[in-house]
Design a protein around this ligand. Structure first.
Ligand code: PAD
Ligand code: ZN
Ligand code: ZN
Length: 375
């Protein structure tokens, strides 16, 4: 019996309050309105940004259904939807591509004006939600909300992908992989033979390393306070790994000494102000480029000496690896299918969706890279 046009009752993980575990609830998911798409979830990764939200470090309205790194199958579409149809394999896009705004029309930039990340409202673009639980509206998260058996997204927040793609792997294209990989190949534009430093060797940082390797960097130095991350970083292409706690000197000085005055490209993939500054200072003062990827704690700011930039360093940052999401994700999936890179090393754990809190425990313990929830 078709579910199109009807409310679907299903299970979702709801965050009612910050700093509390997610709770698996029965929710009602309304049918998609015009320009919207309802998706049956197949797999969703757990990203640190979901955890930042639980911890209160990233702020978006509560109660909310988190999750933004996923893949699924279109269940039904609203009126006027033209780019996907029921049965299509898709990836929800936390950074949309409306194609019409000033940023979407810019040849390089990708932070679409329709993104809910700008000033999180926790709704779809029309200002309402499609989820209810116990009679209360439940907010969306970054226009995606993938910790639910069904979700509704705007058409600007979904990309159709190859029908043969393994969804339990390519779900990582919804955030971690694309963000890290694009930061190296598209934002920093890492060059052949260059030196790179990557602060933070989680799912996103390791994806930066994959990008640096594809770009044929000569030296890729992984920096992490958890030495258990070093093995996997080296497997993916890091030429050496260092732990800042093993040195008396500030880590940027150590890196400057290791690389004849500083690396060509550095990446902050932790989300702390200290590491943002270290990453900036470890790149060469005249020709280095430093990219912020980690999401900083809400309302904190950084003070720095402008001389660090006056000498010629370039300091930038990017969401979603600088990719225009709707255009880039199908191509990234195609590159994966063509074996340009592997996602297997990033997926350390697979759990049934109901065990989502165990997935967060694994992230906190430092033992997992990516946990993929299956539905
Ligand atoms: P993760 O928690 O899996 O990895 C973070 C890594 O940083 C871990 O290996 C830690 O051991 C390490 N670490 C912690 N403190 C330090 C320190 N002081 N020095 C060096 N290493 C340290 O997170 P993730 O890979 O899922 O995400 C990383 C960040 O990127 C996080 O802030 C997340 O919110 C952000 C992110 N940004 C985007 C974007 O579009 N810009 C997308 C996805 C994630
Ligand atoms: Zn993410
Ligand atoms: Zn746009």
């Amino acid at each position: 019996m078709s579910t199109a046009g009807k409310v679907i009752k299903c299970k979702a993980a709801v965050l009612w309050e910050i700093k509390k575990p997610l709770s698996i609830e029965e929710v009602e998911v309304a049918p998609p309105k015009a320009h919207e798409v309802r998706i049956k979830m197949v797999a969703s990764g757990i990203c640190r940004t979901d955890d930042h939200m639980i911890a209160g470090a990233f702020v978006s309205p509560l109660p909310v259904i988190l999750g933004h790194e996923a893949a699924g199958i279109v269940e039904s579409i609203g009126e006027e939807v033209t780019t996907v149809k029921p049965g299509d394999k898709v990836i929800p896009l936390f950074n949309p591509q409306c194609g019409k705004c000033r940023v979407c029309k810019h040849p390089e930039r990708n932070f679409c004006l329709k993104s809910d990340l700008r000033k999180p409202q926790g709704t779809l673009p029309d200002g309402t939600t499609r989820f209810t639980c116990k009679g209360k509206p439940i907010h969306h998260f970054l226009g995606t909300s993938t910790f639910s058996q069904y979700t509704v997204v705007d058409e600007i927040s979904v990309a159709k992908i190859n029908a043969a793609a393994p969804l339990e792997k390519v779900c990582l294209m919804g955030c971690g992989f694309s963000t890290g990989y694009g930061s190296a190949v598209k934002v920093a534009k890492v060059t052949k033979g260059s030196s790179c430093a990557v602060f933070g060797l989680g799912g996103v940082g390791l994806s930066v390393i994959i990008g640096c390797k594809v770009a044929r960097a000569a030296r890729i130095i992984g920096v992490d306070t958890n030495k258990h991350k070093f093995g996997k970083a080296k497997e993916l292409g890091a030429t050496e790994c260092i732990n800042p706690q093993d040195y008396k000197k500030p880590i940027h000085e150590v890196l400057q000494e290791m690389t004849d005055g500083g690396v060509d490209f550095s990446f902050e993939v932790v989300g702390l102000l200290d590491t943002m500054l270290s990453a900036l200072l470890c790149c060469h003062d005249a020709c280095g480029v430093s990219v912020i990827i980690g999401v900083p704690p809400d309302s904190q700011s950084l003070s720095m000496d402008p001389m660090a930039l006056l000498t010629g360093r370039i300091w930038t940052g990017a969401l979603f690896g600088g990719f225009k999401s709707k255009d880039a994700v199908p191509q990234l999936v195609a590159d994966f299918m063509a074996k340009k890179f592997s996602l297997d090393p990033l997926i350390t754990n697979v759990l049934p969706f109901e065990k989502v809190n165990e997935g967060f425990d694994l992230l906190h313990s430092g033992k997992s890279i990516r946990t993929v929830l299956t539905f």
